[in-house]
Design a protein around this ligand. Structure first.
Ligand code: PEP
Ligand code: MN
Length: 325
């Protein structure tokens, strides 16, 4: 970190900041320039959290040189991380995860599972615990939904992805899920992140709807920092001023994350657009910008869906998209 002092900073003010940084355990050196003095923190391992010195008189600004995340960074780990789920290699193969937003019934899930498998999906998704905006909307089947997912896995051989909403359900969800999803609304639920970090389950971490790239990577860092390296990132659109679509799918982040991190990144064009007719074009765009795969909502009868019917593909449209991809 560099502490840039104001042009008008006095010698005493500079010494005060240097002394404070040294008290905090950092090696701080004066770097006099022709216009102003900066103070460099040297020899630190990783990110320096000394932002409080900005309060000292004479300080103009702080410039961080090192990123606040480490374990997720490509600098620290140059090779791509490949996460093995059953025989699927996420981060190596282009992987499509598909299935309904919510598990609604045995008939619905089995039809969806067989259909998406036939079309080429490698994993099945389905929410048993649903994070709905309002309390009167369908909240998911809970344990019964998890059991149906296990049944669909037996039927098709597809590993299953399902969302964990609360730490108290972790053991139960981990028993049934091959991949645990942490949804957008929980991306900064740090206790939940730490809890899944203590398992070795693959975690599909969705970007928070207002999360900046750095916050997204720091959320993943929480999981790795607890000892679980198996994190799959997922861009699912962010809130912007645009209301014509449910969210604005931020494809910029895909190649940028590829530069900054070794973790695989998937794209969810279903939540990213909220409109079924946009799912196919944005899926292709996601593949073109280098995503490691897609997560797509597919319902055998979208017009009857209990959640997210508007953005769900039917099996025919999904099959066509898979062929085009
Ligand atoms: C989902 O995948 O069903 C979901 C609720 O997504 P998000 O957390 O991205 O809104
Ligand atoms: Mn959904």
């Amino acid at each position: 970190m560099l502490v840039v002092m104001k042009h008008s900073a006095t010698d005493i003010q500079i010494i005060e900041v240097v002394d404070r940084l040294r008290q905090m355990g950092f090696r701080a050196e004066r770097l006099p320039g022709s216009e102003r003095t900066a103070i460099g923190i040297m020899g630190n391992v990783g990110y320096v959290d000394a932002d409080a010195v900005a309060q000292y008189p004479g300080v103009k600004e702080l410039i961080h040189v090192t990123k606040p995340y480490k374990l997720v960074s490509r600098e620290f780990h140059p090779e791509n991380t490949v996460i093995l789920v059953g025989n699927v290699r996420i981060g190596e193969d282009f992987v499509v995860i598909a299935g309904p937003c919510a598990v609604e019934s045995e008939a619905q899930l089995m039809e969806a599972a067989e259909g998406v498998k036939k079309a080429g999906a490698r994993l099945l998704r389905g929410g048993a615990f649903k994070p709905r905006t309002g309390p009167y909307s369908f909240q998911g089947l809970g344990l019964e939904g998890l059991k149906l997912l296990a049944k669909a896995r037996d039927l098709t051989g597809l590993p299953v992805v399902t969302e964990l909403l609360s730490e108290s359900d972790l053991e139960m969800v981990a028993e049934y899920a091959d991949v645990i999803q942490i949804g957008a609304r929980n991306m900064q639920n740090f206790e939940l992140l730490k809890a899944v970090g203590k398992t070795q389950k693959p975690i599909l971490l969705k970007r928070g709807m207002s999360a900046r790239l750095e916050e997204f990577l720091l959320a993943a860092e929480y999981i790795l920092n607890e000892g679980n390296p198996n994190v799959i990132l997922c861009e699912r659109g962010i809130r912007t001023f645009e209301t014509a679509t449910r969210n604005t799918l931020d494809l910029n982040i895909v190649p940028l994350i590829k530069e900054l991190s070794h973790l695989p990144i998937l794209v969810d064009p279903s939540h990213g657009t909220g409109i079924y007719s946009l799912v196919a074009p944005l899926s292709k765009a996601a593949k073109a910008v280098g995503a490691d795969g897609l997560m797509i909502e597919v319902h055998p009868h979208p017009e009857e869906a209990l959640s997210d019917g508007n953005q769900s593909l039917n099996l025919e449209n999904f099959t066509q998209l898979m062929n085009e991809l």
